[in-house]
Design a protein around this ligand. Structure first.
Ligand code: ADP
Ligand code: MG
Length: 606
């Protein structure tokens, strides 16, 4: 073994850079965080050749005192914390005091800065293996410019890992987008090879913020998103979440900020994912831009050098808060709130409706979801289409005010309007204030039945009703065994089943919410589900799937003729039911065709 020696400053910094400076985008992230910590209101980012050649960040923040300049380039030197206690409540984005030293050790770095509005500015560079800092006088306005040239020029191994200019610039854009979302009050300009790429103006009002969100996440996200805001026991969650019908095939539109810091966190992702449970297609991902503010002492940000991860001290409590806030909001997305989950815009889209929510403005103007409390979902016992008869009543409670498109004489028209006709035994056509509404009646009824089954099941058990004539059912021995094994569960689901022989069952009672449906088929399917799921996991984890199977049986089938009052009763139930914008499989249950778009189809008013 050779003898032990102290590493040179530059080499020690290069080793530290291994963790923090992975690629040009990490440089941009660190420098932008410094500018934000310095209170900048405007930041300009100039990038050449994907950042490998040059990155220059100019801010109008507080600047660096000339005497501190050498320290700014040293490792373990920071103005943001002094003692351990500060680390436990850190409010700045940086605090490790190593970014500038690390970047300077693997590039040619220059800092130009001025703390005042007048007087000269200063320039600092770190030279040689000891990174001695050379300071000279230059002209510079108040604020700081950091220029990083030839990244990794002295660390060829790192340089080889760089991808194409386009890829590296794409990562830089991601960094800028995230910080632009978490710092609405700051304006950002991003240029690549001298060409303007983004110009985010400072956004103070909600409307301006939404414009920025639309620039970052796309206009369709914004059109499909709902603004939420909720505060409880020192925690606050606010931002925009998209309706389930605007789901993504990738988890690529999920922005979550904790105290202004973008993070990846399992607790958070899980909580929000749970909120969308059973309204999303299998394998689809929800989209959101959410801000979570919590007392800094409740979260440990010193978990990873890149500060991409955090640890919540009370992670259970955080999970519950996030879940309940987002769950409520998702459950409340229904016609009564003026949400139009889908809209048809052009003739070509008649075949493939693009889900677009149209009355966002109105909602946003209303300021979040005031309806954060729970709403009764089991108010009536309308599980069955027979019951819809004679129930036509223009629901007075359902017409929540819609700021965006309210017209005086539309006040009494409920959100989903009144039924006009039924099409091919599949769709309901209705007229509301905006124009034409099309409803997939099976999908809608299935959701209503499902939500009722869930609510009733949650109150211990489903009410059952005796069959006038008990049904005898021939099954396999295995199926009959399963029924005996899960007797308690069947009775909870509202069935009374008896074994009448090795391969015979008798159904004596069924869930009253599902009366009128094909009971033998229903029982067979529930048994099949139970056998399929019971073997692998605990039944409780699958109870929603069981209820969903049951809901499917208990719902109006296609080709079932409905009277106008029955149709209207279904529309009113949709307005009252949580998650009624999507069927149990995440497909939309209704679409709005506004009159203006119908006019467009016929080239009216041009
Ligand atoms: P950290 O951000 O963790 O403190 P850095 O190495 O990123 O460490 O920066 C070191 C110090 O340099 C900061 O604590 C701050 O005082 C100063 N500094 C860096 N960039 C800026 C800037 N853009 N404006 C003002 N001060 C800055
Ligand atoms: Mg920093």
């Amino acid at each position: 073994m050779p003898r032990i020696q102290l590493l040179s400053t530059r080499l020690a910094n290069q080793i530290a850079a291994g963790e923090v400076v992975e690629r040009p985008a990490s440089v941009v992230k660190e420098l932008l965080e410094n500018s934000l910590d310095a209170g900048a209101g405007r930041i300009e980012i100039d990038v050449d050749a994907g950042g490998a050649k040059r990155i220059r960040i100019r801010d109008n923040g507080v600047g660096i005192d000339v005497d501190d300049l050498p320290l700014a380039l040293s490792r373990h030197a920071t103005s943001k914390i002094v003692e351990l206690a500060d680390l436990e409540a850190v409010a700045t984005l940086g605090f490790r005091g190593e970014a500038l030293a690390s970047i300077a050790s693997v590039s040619r770095l220059e800092i130009l800065t001025n703390t005042g509005d007048s007087g000269p500015g200063w320039r600092a560079r770190g030279e040689g293996r000891d990174m001695a800092v050379d300071v000279d006088q230059v002209q510079h306005p108040r604020g700081t410019t950091v220029e990083v040239r030839d990244l990794f020029f002295n660390t060829p191994a790192r340089r080889r890992f760089l991808r194409s200019e386009k890829t590296e610039f794409g990562r830089i854009e991601d960094v800028v987008r995230k910080l632009a979302l978490s710092h609405f009050e700051v304006s950002f300009v991003l240029r690549h090879n001298g060409k303007l790429v983004h110009d985010f103006r400072a956004a103070r009002s909600r409307v301006e913020q939404e414009r920025r969100v639309a620039m970052v996440c796309g206009a369709t996200f914004m059109e499909n998103a709902l603004y939420i805001e909720l505060e409880r026991s020192g925690m606050k969650l606010w931002g925009w979440i998209a309706q389930p019908t605007f789901s993504r095939s990738q988890a690529d539109l999920q922005y979550f900020f904790v105290n202004g810091r973008t993070i990846r966190d399992k607790v958070v992702v899980h909580a929000v994912r749970q909120a969308y449970q059973d309204v999303l297609y299998q394998g689809r991902h929800p989209a959101y831009v959410l801000f979570f503010d919590i007392d800094p002492t409740e979260v440990d940000v010193n978990v990873h050098p890149t500060k991409h991860e955090v640890r919540f001290r009370e992670s259970r409590q955080v999970h519950d808060f996030l879940f309940s806030a987002t769950h409520r909001a998702v459950a409340d997305m229904r016609p009564a709130d003026g949400m139009a989950p889908a809209r048809l815009t052009t003739v070509s889209q008649l075949q493939a409706p693009q889900p677009v929510q149209e009355s966002m403005r109105g909602l946003v103007g209303g300021g979040g979801y005031a309806s954060a409390g729970s709403r009764p979902t089991t108010g009536s016992a309308l599980g069955q289409m027979d019951v819809y008869r004679n129930l036509h009543q223009p629901a007075a409670t359902a017409s929540a005010p819609r700021i965006g498109d309210a017209r005086a004489d539309d006040e009494d028209i409920p959100p989903l309007g009144f039924a006009i006709a039924q099409l091919k035994g599949i769709y309901i056509l209705a007229e509301n204030a905006a124009g034409l509404v099309l409803v997939d009646m099976h999908a809608a009824h299935e959701r209503i039945t499902y939500e009722r089954l869930k609510a009733a099941f949650a109150e211990t058990r489903l009410a059952s009703q005796p069959l006038l004539v008990p049904e005898t059912l021939a099954v396999s021995e295995r199926e009959a065994d399963a029924v005996e094994e899960y007797q308690a569960l069947f009775s909870q689901l509202g069935f009374v089943l008896q074994r009448a022989g090795p391969e015979t069952l008798v159904v004596r009672e069924m869930p009253s919410l599902l009366r009128g449906s094909d009971v033998t088929q229903l029982v067979r399917d529930v048994i099949a589900d139970l056998i399929a799921q019971g073997a692998s996991q605990r039944i409780e984890a699958h109870q929603n799937e069981l209820l969903s199977t049951m809901a499917c049986h208990g719902s109006v089938r296609a080709n079932r003729r409905l009277t106008v009052p029955e149709m209207n009763a279904l529309l009113r139930d949709m307005e009252e039911t949580e998650r009624s914008g999507q069927c149990n499989h995440g497909r939309p249950t209704w679409v709005q065709m506004p009159l203006t778009e119908l006019d467009n189809l016929f080239l009216r008013g041009r």
